[in-house]
Design a protein around this ligand. Structure first.
Ligand code: MG
Length: 154
């Protein structure tokens, strides 16, 4: 068994979609990013790579590479799962958004992650928090995600 931890954040700006776990959340602000900016999928990718001591998302999918401009992060996740070649036992994640309410989208996000990770939904936890008005995330200027995965080597 191996445990992995991942973190990501993105600045929130106008005229961008807000992608969280492969779901587009209705919002006037979205992630500023080279890819589609899906903060939760990026944290999960770093957790998977971290569990296997295989570096991080930036080393696998460099933002300087034009192939990854506006790329759907689901594609990056699928490539990561191919590279890590391990069975995921469970995922626990937290997304931090100050003003945009995630709660009513949590079940859709969990269902989507279950499909993407090929896992039963009972093994996927996604929690939503605010930043209590503190710092840039608390001013609704950024979104953050934390993810922990447990893997079993094939
Ligand atoms: Mg990112």
């Amino acid at each position: 068994m191996r445990i992995g931890f991942g973190y990501d954040n993105h600045r929130l700006i106008a005229n961008r979609p807000l992608m969280v776990g492969g779901i587009e959340i209705p919002s006037l602000l979205g992630e500023d990013a080279h890819s589609d900016g899906d903060v939760l999928i990026h944290a999960i990718i770093d957790a998977l790579l971290g569990a296997m001591a295989m570096g991080d998302i930036g080393s696998h999918f460099p933002p300087s590479d034009e192939r990854y401009r506006n790329i759907d992060s689901k594609i990056l996740l699928a490539e990561t799962m191919n590279e890590t070649r391990a069975d995921i036992i469970n995922l626990d994640a937290t997304v931090i958004l100050e003003k945009i309410k995630l709660r009513k989208h949590i079940e859709d996000i969990r269902k989507n992650l279950a499909k993407l990770l090929n896992l039963d939904i009972s093994r996927i936890s996604v929690k939503a928090k605010t930043h209590e008005g503190v710092d840039a995330t608390g001013r609704n200027e950024a979104v953050e995600a934390y993810a922990v995965v447990l893997l079993e080597n094939e």
